[in-house]
Design a protein around this ligand. Structure first.
Ligand SMILES: [Zn+2]
Length: 346
């Protein structure tokens, strides 16, 4: 959201925010784009702008009116932010009183947006606005609604009560019900300019921000999250040759989904090199050469299989070793060797 100093939460959101406010016609927007570019932050800025009491036609929320202060304090009576339990802590948003929380339960927090929470949001949207501007519901990430949750929201999106407005934030619009998509005005959030994103990463004390930005496919929030996981430019640049050499120890502590993603990026870049194209995620000098396309293609498929099971509670050091061995086989294979077994990662 826009802070009390009037600053945007992310420097590249100014233009998308302005465009969305200028072209907005309906009562529901769908902000979509690559994860890690700030969809949630843009959605909150939109909500804040609709609730801002500084005057009509502004290009962003003022940050200083009573309403903006309430949004900053996460206590605006006309704003409801709907996120899965599993994201509440990291985002610092989400109400605890939506009826689906069992504090005595040891169960893992849900990654889904549950139907009970959506029902609460629907009731909220139908209630009277406390400050008279609007009732705003932000749903993030919208693809985490299961079919029942989505259908519950759909009815309200079709016939929105009075001054209710919705912002759905989404990294995978294809995963949404087509009926949900068709009720929303789409707002695309593209990758920020590399220089702006790198400067932002540098402000957040990320060393060699260009390397980390490329590692994250141009998504600065993702790059920052990786650095916070302990993956910096030095470890990223060393990664390809360590993996090609079969060294699993340096990556044994990486979260499995991150390791699999890093291997997929390495596989992608090795394929680029093997077919004479420039790599995308790693500095060219960091990459091992000489891998053959058939072996890389088989490895790519094996990684997709592994990704489907990335949430399984594997024994991580064993899993990392298995994945690295598989990678080493694929990367070192001279032209005529057999592709690695697709099951060797399990
Ligand atoms: Zn304001």
């Amino acid at each position: 959201m826009v802070g009390a100093d009037g600053q945007l939460p992310l420097p590249w959101l100014g233009k998308p925010l302005q465009d969305a406010l200028r072209t907005q016609r309906g009562h529901a927007l769908l902000v979509y784009g690559a994860q890690g570019t700030g969809q949630f932050e843009l959605s909150l800025c939109l909500a804040q702008a609709w609730l801002c009491e500084a005057g009509e036609g502004a290009q962003k929320p003022c940050g200083t009116c009573a309403s903006c202060h309430l949004v900053q304090a996460r206590s605006h009576p006309d704003l409801l932010v709907l996120v899965p339990e599993a994201l509440r802590e990291s985002l610092g948003w989400g109400s605890a009183d939506d009826g689906d929380e069992d504090k005595s339960s040891k169960a893992k927090p849900s990654k889904e947006i549950k139907v009970e929470a959506v029902r609460t949001a629907v009731g909220f949207a139908q209630s009277t606005s406390a400050r008279g501007k609007a009732k705003v519901v932000v749903v993030h990430p919208a693809e985490r609604m299961n079919a029942i949750s989505a259908n519950t929201l759909l009815k309200t999106l079709e016939e929105p009560p009075g001054i209710a407005r919705f912002v759905l934030s989404c990294g995978a619009p294809d995963a949404l019900l087509p009926t949900i998509r068709s009720r929303c005005q789409a707002v695309a959030l593209g990758l920020p300019a590399a220089d702006v994103a790198s400067a932002w990463l540098a402000q957040h004390k990320v060393a060699q921000p260009d390397v980390m930005l490329a590692a994250a496919g141009g998504q600065p929030l993702e790059a920052l999250a990786w650095v916070q996981e302990g993956i910096d430019a030095v470890s990223w640049t060393r990664f390809p040759k360590q993996v090609a050499g079969g060294e699993a120890a340096p990556v044994a502590g990486w979260p499995l989904p991150v390791l699999i993603e890093a291997l997929q990026k390495l596989c992608h870049d090795a394929m680029c090199l093997a077919s004479g194209a420039p790599p995308r995620y790693f500095p060219p000098a960091a990459l091992p050469t000489g891998a053959a396309l058939p072996a890389l293609a088989a490895w790519s498929k094996a990684l997709r299989d592994a990704q489907r099971h990335a949430d399984h509670p594997w024994n991580m050091p064993v899993m990392a070793e298995s994945l690295v061995l598989q990678a080493a086989q694929a990367l070192k294979s001279p032209l005529a060797t057999k592709p690695p077994s697709v099951h060797s990662a399990r």
